[in-house]
Design a protein around this ligand. Structure first.
Ligand SMILES: C[S@@+](CC[C@H](N)C(=O)[O-])C[C@H]1O[C@@H](n2cnc3c(N)ncnc32)[C@H](O)[C@@H]1O
Length: 217
Protein backbone atom coordinates (compact mmCIF):
# COMPACT_ATOMS: atom_id res chain seq x y z
CA UNK A 1 0.00 0.00 0.00
CA UNK A 2 1.51 3.37 -0.90
CA UNK A 3 2.05 6.01 1.78
CA UNK A 4 -0.63 8.47 0.60
CA UNK A 5 -3.28 5.70 0.72
CA UNK A 6 -2.11 4.81 4.27
CA UNK A 7 -2.24 8.46 5.29
CA UNK A 8 -5.73 8.83 3.78
CA UNK A 9 -6.93 5.86 5.84
CA UNK A 10 -5.29 7.21 9.02
CA UNK A 11 -6.96 10.59 8.47
CA UNK A 12 -10.36 9.05 7.76
CA UNK A 13 -10.04 7.09 11.02
CA UNK A 14 -9.21 10.18 13.09
CA UNK A 15 -11.71 12.41 11.26
CA UNK A 16 -14.39 9.71 11.63
CA UNK A 17 -13.81 9.73 15.39
CA UNK A 18 -13.99 13.54 15.48
CA UNK A 19 -17.43 13.41 13.84
CA UNK A 20 -18.74 11.83 17.09
CA UNK A 21 -19.87 14.72 19.34
CA UNK A 22 -18.45 13.38 22.64
CA UNK A 23 -15.02 12.68 21.11
CA UNK A 24 -15.00 16.04 19.30
CA UNK A 25 -15.75 17.90 22.53
CA UNK A 26 -13.23 15.83 24.54
CA UNK A 27 -10.39 16.54 22.07
CA UNK A 28 -11.37 20.24 21.93
CA UNK A 29 -11.13 20.44 25.75
CA UNK A 30 -7.74 18.68 25.88
CA UNK A 31 -6.22 20.81 23.10
CA UNK A 32 -7.61 24.06 24.51
CA UNK A 33 -6.61 23.69 28.18
CA UNK A 34 -7.11 26.67 30.51
CA UNK A 35 -5.44 29.07 28.05
CA UNK A 36 -7.81 28.00 25.25
CA UNK A 37 -10.82 28.42 27.53
CA UNK A 38 -9.70 31.98 28.32
CA UNK A 39 -9.26 32.60 24.59
CA UNK A 40 -12.76 31.30 23.87
CA UNK A 41 -14.23 33.55 26.56
CA UNK A 42 -12.30 36.53 25.17
CA UNK A 43 -13.55 35.60 21.68
CA UNK A 44 -17.17 35.58 22.85
CA UNK A 45 -16.91 38.73 24.98
CA UNK A 46 -14.89 40.89 22.59
CA UNK A 47 -15.54 39.58 19.08
CA UNK A 48 -18.99 37.96 19.15
CA UNK A 49 -19.96 40.60 21.74
CA UNK A 50 -23.59 39.53 22.33
CA UNK A 51 -25.89 42.07 23.95
CA UNK A 52 -29.15 41.81 25.87
CA UNK A 53 -31.67 40.07 23.58
CA UNK A 54 -29.28 39.61 20.60
CA UNK A 55 -30.58 37.31 17.87
CA UNK A 56 -27.70 35.02 16.93
CA UNK A 57 -27.30 32.55 14.05
CA UNK A 58 -24.46 30.00 14.36
CA UNK A 59 -23.49 28.48 11.00
CA UNK A 60 -21.67 25.13 11.40
CA UNK A 61 -22.62 25.12 15.09
CA UNK A 62 -21.32 21.58 15.76
CA UNK A 63 -22.72 20.19 19.04
CA UNK A 64 -23.45 23.77 20.18
CA UNK A 65 -20.27 23.99 22.27
CA UNK A 66 -20.16 27.79 22.11
CA UNK A 67 -23.33 27.98 24.23
CA UNK A 68 -21.23 26.87 27.22
CA UNK A 69 -19.28 30.13 26.96
CA UNK A 70 -22.17 32.48 26.17
CA UNK A 71 -23.44 34.48 29.17
CA UNK A 72 -26.97 33.13 29.79
CA UNK A 73 -27.95 36.31 31.62
CA UNK A 74 -28.12 38.16 28.28
CA UNK A 75 -31.35 36.46 27.30
CA UNK A 76 -30.21 36.11 23.65
CA UNK A 77 -32.05 34.07 21.01
CA UNK A 78 -29.80 31.45 19.42
CA UNK A 79 -30.32 29.35 16.30
CA UNK A 80 -27.65 26.96 14.98
CA UNK A 81 -27.30 24.65 12.02
CA UNK A 82 -24.73 22.11 10.87
CA UNK A 83 -24.55 19.38 8.25
CA UNK A 84 -23.56 16.65 10.74
CA UNK A 85 -26.78 15.05 12.11
CA UNK A 86 -24.91 13.56 15.10
CA UNK A 87 -23.74 17.03 16.18
CA UNK A 88 -27.27 18.43 15.79
CA UNK A 89 -28.74 15.55 17.79
CA UNK A 90 -26.24 16.19 20.62
CA UNK A 91 -26.86 19.96 20.49
CA UNK A 92 -30.61 19.39 20.62
CA UNK A 93 -30.29 17.02 23.59
CA UNK A 94 -28.12 19.42 25.61
CA UNK A 95 -29.40 22.86 24.62
CA UNK A 96 -32.75 22.22 22.90
CA UNK A 97 -34.58 23.80 25.86
CA UNK A 98 -32.99 27.19 25.16
CA UNK A 99 -31.93 27.17 21.49
CA UNK A 100 -33.13 26.12 18.01
CA UNK A 101 -31.14 23.76 15.78
CA UNK A 102 -31.50 22.25 12.35
CA UNK A 103 -29.41 20.00 10.14
CA UNK A 104 -28.39 21.50 6.80
CA UNK A 105 -25.38 21.92 4.56
CA UNK A 106 -24.42 25.55 3.85
CA UNK A 107 -24.79 25.05 0.08
CA UNK A 108 -28.34 23.70 0.58
CA UNK A 109 -29.47 26.04 3.34
CA UNK A 110 -32.58 28.00 2.55
CA UNK A 111 -32.84 30.44 5.42
CA UNK A 112 -36.27 31.70 4.39
CA UNK A 113 -38.46 31.67 7.46
CA UNK A 114 -35.53 31.40 9.90
CA UNK A 115 -35.77 35.11 10.70
CA UNK A 116 -33.22 37.91 10.80
CA UNK A 117 -30.26 38.27 13.14
CA UNK A 118 -28.02 40.80 14.86
CA UNK A 119 -25.01 38.47 14.87
CA UNK A 120 -24.03 35.57 12.62
CA UNK A 121 -21.11 33.35 13.71
CA UNK A 122 -19.20 30.76 11.70
CA UNK A 123 -16.61 29.34 14.10
CA UNK A 124 -14.13 26.98 12.51
CA UNK A 125 -16.24 26.62 9.36
CA UNK A 126 -14.77 28.61 6.43
CA UNK A 127 -11.69 26.38 6.33
CA UNK A 128 -14.00 23.42 5.63
CA UNK A 129 -15.55 25.12 2.62
CA UNK A 130 -14.24 25.59 -0.90
CA UNK A 131 -14.61 29.06 -2.39
CA UNK A 132 -18.09 28.47 -3.88
CA UNK A 133 -19.62 27.25 -0.62
CA UNK A 134 -17.66 29.81 1.45
CA UNK A 135 -19.11 32.56 -0.78
CA UNK A 136 -22.57 31.07 -0.25
CA UNK A 137 -22.00 31.29 3.54
CA UNK A 138 -20.94 34.94 3.25
CA UNK A 139 -24.01 35.79 1.15
CA UNK A 140 -26.40 33.89 3.44
CA UNK A 141 -24.98 35.71 6.46
CA UNK A 142 -25.30 39.09 4.76
CA UNK A 143 -28.88 38.34 3.69
CA UNK A 144 -30.15 37.43 7.18
CA UNK A 145 -28.30 40.17 9.08
CA UNK A 146 -30.11 43.32 10.13
CA UNK A 147 -28.43 46.59 9.07
CA UNK A 148 -25.62 47.23 11.59
CA UNK A 149 -25.34 43.50 12.30
CA UNK A 150 -22.14 41.55 11.80
CA UNK A 151 -20.68 38.18 10.86
CA UNK A 152 -17.86 36.80 13.04
CA UNK A 153 -15.62 34.02 11.73
CA UNK A 154 -12.72 32.17 13.34
CA UNK A 155 -10.40 29.76 11.50
CA UNK A 156 -6.83 28.45 11.43
CA UNK A 157 -4.62 30.48 9.11
CA UNK A 158 -1.29 30.33 7.32
CA UNK A 159 0.70 33.50 8.02
CA UNK A 160 4.36 34.29 7.33
CA UNK A 161 6.66 33.66 10.30
CA UNK A 162 4.20 31.59 12.34
CA UNK A 163 5.42 28.82 14.63
CA UNK A 164 6.47 25.82 12.52
CA UNK A 165 4.57 23.36 14.69
CA UNK A 166 1.46 25.53 14.37
CA UNK A 167 1.88 25.50 10.58
CA UNK A 168 2.32 21.73 10.56
CA UNK A 169 -0.73 21.09 12.77
CA UNK A 170 -2.84 23.45 10.70
CA UNK A 171 -1.75 21.73 7.48
CA UNK A 172 -3.14 18.48 8.97
CA UNK A 173 -6.53 19.96 9.86
CA UNK A 174 -9.77 18.15 8.93
CA UNK A 175 -10.69 21.25 6.93
CA UNK A 176 -9.09 21.14 3.50
CA UNK A 177 -9.43 24.87 2.74
CA UNK A 178 -7.22 26.63 5.30
CA UNK A 179 -6.32 29.97 3.71
CA UNK A 180 -3.89 32.84 4.16
CA UNK A 181 -5.21 36.02 5.84
CA UNK A 182 -5.68 37.55 2.37
CA UNK A 183 -7.49 34.41 1.19
CA UNK A 184 -10.04 34.71 4.01
CA UNK A 185 -10.38 38.50 3.62
CA UNK A 186 -11.15 38.18 -0.09
CA UNK A 187 -14.35 36.23 0.73
CA UNK A 188 -16.42 38.98 2.46
CA UNK A 189 -14.57 41.84 0.77
CA UNK A 190 -17.14 42.53 -1.98
CA UNK A 191 -20.21 41.77 0.14
CA UNK A 192 -19.75 43.49 3.52
CA UNK A 193 -19.26 47.21 4.09
CA UNK A 194 -16.32 46.81 6.49
CA UNK A 195 -14.12 43.87 7.51
CA UNK A 196 -11.86 43.88 10.59
CA UNK A 197 -9.44 41.03 11.13
CA UNK A 198 -7.16 39.85 13.93
CA UNK A 199 -4.45 37.16 14.08
CA UNK A 200 -3.87 35.36 17.40
CA UNK A 201 -0.80 33.20 18.00
CA UNK A 202 -0.55 30.30 20.43
CA UNK A 203 -3.82 30.60 22.32
CA UNK A 204 -4.15 26.84 22.92
CA UNK A 205 -2.07 24.26 24.78
CA UNK A 206 -0.34 23.55 21.44
CA UNK A 207 1.18 26.09 19.04
CA UNK A 208 -1.58 27.32 16.73
CA UNK A 209 -2.59 30.41 14.76
CA UNK A 210 -6.19 31.69 14.66
CA UNK A 211 -7.71 34.25 12.32
CA UNK A 212 -10.82 36.19 13.27
CA UNK A 213 -12.87 38.34 10.91
CA UNK A 214 -15.67 40.67 11.93
CA UNK A 215 -17.69 41.70 8.88
CA UNK A 216 -20.13 44.60 9.30
CA UNK A 217 -23.25 44.95 7.16
C1 LIG B 1 -14.33 22.83 13.52
S1 LIG B 1 -16.02 22.41 13.64
C2 LIG B 1 -16.64 23.79 14.56
C3 LIG B 1 -17.93 23.51 15.24
C4 LIG B 1 -18.47 24.64 16.11
N1 LIG B 1 -18.67 25.86 15.35
C5 LIG B 1 -17.53 24.89 17.27
O1 LIG B 1 -16.97 25.99 17.35
O2 LIG B 1 -17.36 23.99 18.09
C6 LIG B 1 -16.62 22.74 11.99
C7 LIG B 1 -18.11 22.49 11.87
O3 LIG B 1 -18.55 22.86 10.55
C8 LIG B 1 -19.47 21.88 10.12
N2 LIG B 1 -19.50 21.92 8.65
C9 LIG B 1 -18.47 21.61 7.81
N3 LIG B 1 -18.86 21.75 6.54
C10 LIG B 1 -20.15 22.18 6.57
C11 LIG B 1 -21.11 22.51 5.57
N4 LIG B 1 -20.80 22.42 4.28
N5 LIG B 1 -22.34 22.90 5.94
C12 LIG B 1 -22.67 22.99 7.27
N6 LIG B 1 -21.80 22.68 8.28
C13 LIG B 1 -20.56 22.29 7.92
C14 LIG B 1 -18.93 20.57 10.68
O4 LIG B 1 -19.92 19.56 10.74
C15 LIG B 1 -18.47 21.02 12.05
O5 LIG B 1 -19.49 20.94 13.01
Amino acid sequence: MNSSVQEGQRNRGLYGLLSKPAIYEFIQRIVAGPKGRRFQKNFVDNHVAPRQGSRILDIGCGPGTILKTMPETLNYQYCGFDNNPKYIEAAQAEFGHRARFFCKRVSEANLDGVGTFDIVMAIGVLHHLGDDEANTLIQLAHRVLEPGGYLVTLDPVFVPGQNRIARFLISRDRGKFVRSAEGYQSLPHHVFAKVESTVYHNMLRLPYTHFIMKCFK
